[in-house]
Ligand binder design. Structure first.
Ligand code: NAD
Length: 455
């Protein structure tokens, strides 16, 4: 049966949502050419929320045509940078105005606590869109002194049509992080949401039109990676692909993008270490260590999923960490006020985490907390803590992407650095110490894109 283009849904918190289901191309919601749809499931009770239209290569072609036409249309390419920034600002204001609906859809579709979806994800999306709106008229080139007889300068120009492929762990924020910079710089965009969580991004699409963006500047597609995602990555008329997701998919995208030597940006996975020295403020280390891995159900690319603790405070830290987890990690319905931890996003992720729990046990690590499922329905897993985890264990080397932390002890600073750097990843890291010299020295030695200090 074919789906309508919009559906009025009643969310579990009683909120009415006028939910778009179509593909957003040229400022209109349309059906996929093949009629293909995908079903999105509530991870809390495993019920079907709704079907949405799913794009394939033909729909991607149409979105690219729209984006290409918009890129050279004076209604977009000839507006002032300030006006471009204003459009992003308008969008931010609309996201803010619809924050209840967006947070509701996010919590329902993805499983994150409603309070987090509203207070963090939607609020940050507003801030990000405003931030990039502010950049639109502050993009500057350089002049280069090549002697008195010549003039050389750099001019920053938009790339053209940008494909953007995002994952399911922060659907709204991912959309804002991708749309903001691309649009501020004058590009046009085809954004594909993750098949597990299409709803908030589709809801955002209707706000794009209301914000005043000309048709074709922003196109938003739901769809599977192997069809819609692959068609974006290999499309010859797309100039750039920005991707966030798994390392395996990043490799496939890099390969596919070679058809026209597309410019690519890839943000992938992590197994980020958190090092705690014996002089650290233990209370702070416990608080941030817990948040670093247990928030968003551990589904954070920069989750501090490996904790290394100096020997003399190891036992004390483990006890305090278990207590913090018991106190803070309240599992339950994402719409309940006191919930800290909702379900994992899909059955597949849930089963993946359970398989890592088994791996941890059979590898010889000691399970000191959690390691079980929770409740009768939904993809809930208790926050899981393994200790005495050796560097070569799979649970220390591979990204689990769940509320799952591994802890071990170290003796010296050198050992901590070597062991922190012992995985193929390098996304984030954290250091806790009161010795500021040591903090900066260790941070510089960590092979990581970013390092937090005492945070
Ligand atoms: P995934 O790579 O399977 O999916 C991410 C997106 O890529 C989805 O939209 C999917 O449809 C699409 N996709 C899948 N196969 C594709 C293909 N062949 N061609 C083009 N697109 C394709 O990732 P996932 O497992 O759903 O998401 C979790 C992963 O994302 C984790 O590894 C996590 O670390 C990573 N992640 C990284 C960051 C970061 O900023 N570095 C942020 C969030 C998540």
């Amino acid at each position: 049966m074919s789906l309508p283009l919009f559906k009025d849904l009643i969310a579990p918190n009683g909120k009415k949502i006028h939910q778009p289901l179509g593909l957003f191309i040229n400022n209109e919601f349309v059906k996929s050419k093949s009629g293909e749809t995908l079903m999105t499931i509530s991870p809390t009770d495993e019920s079907e929320i709704t079907g949405v239209y799913a794009a394939d290569a033909v729909d991607v072609d149409l979105a690219v045509e729209a984006a290409r036409a918009a890129f050279v249309n004076p209604s977009w390419c000839d507006i002032s940078p300030t006006a471009r920034g204003q459009l992003l600002y308008n969008l931010a204001e609309l996201v803010d105005k619809h924050s209840d609906q967006l947070a509701t859809v996010e919590a329902w579709d993805m499983g994150k606590p409603y309070s987090v979806a509203k207070g963090e994800d939607v609020a940050e999306s507003v801030a990000v869109l405003k931030y990039y709106g502010g950049w639109a008229d502050k993009i500057e080139g350089r002049t280069i002194d090549v002697g008195p007889a010549k003039l050389a300068y750099t001019l920053h120009q938009p790339l053209g049509v940008c494909g953007q492929i995002i994952p399911w762990n922060y659907p709204m924020m991912m959309a804002a992080w991708k749309l903001g910079p691309a649009l501020a710089c004058g590009n046009t965009v085809i954004l594909k949401s993750a098949e597990q969580t299409p709803l908030s991004v589709l809801y955002l699409a209707q706000l794009v039109k209301e914000a005043g963006f000309p048709p074709g500047v922003v196109n938003i597609l739901s769809g599977y990676g192997k069809t819609a995602g692959a068609a974006i990555a290999s499309h010859k008329d797309i100039d750039k692909v920005a991707f966030t997701g798994s390392t395996v998919t990043a490799r496939a995208i890099m390969k596919a993008a070679s058809v026209n030597l597309k410019n690519i940006t890839l943000e992938t996975g992590g197994k980020s270490p958190l090092i705690i020295f014996e002089d650290a403020d233990l209370e702070q280390a416990v608080k941030w260590g817990h948040l670093g891995i247990m928030s968003n159900m551990g589904q954070i690319c920069t989750a501090t999923s490996r904790i290394l603790v100096q020997e003399s405070i190891y036992d004390k830290f483990i006890e305090a960490f278990k207590q913090e987890t018991t106190k803070v990690s309240i599992i339950g319905d994402p719409f309940a006020e006191d919930t800290f931890q909702g379900p994992q996003v899909t059955r597949q992720q849930y089963e993946r985490i359970l398989s890592y729990i088994e791996a941890g046990k059979s590898e010889g690590a000691t399970l000191v907390h959690g390691g079980t499922t929770h409740g009768e329905k939904g993809y809930f897993i208790t926050p899981t803590i393994f200790v005495d985890v050796k560097d070569h264990y799979r649970i220390n080397q591979e990204e689990v992407f769940g509320p799952f932390v591994v802890i071990d002890k170290f003796k010296t600073q050198e050992e901590a650095i070597t062991r922190a750097n012992c995985t193929p990843y390098g996304l984030g890291a954290a250091v806790f110490t009161k010795d500021i010299t040591r903090a900066h020295k260790v941070a510089a030695k960590l092979e990581s894109g970013m390092v937090w200090i005492n945070r």
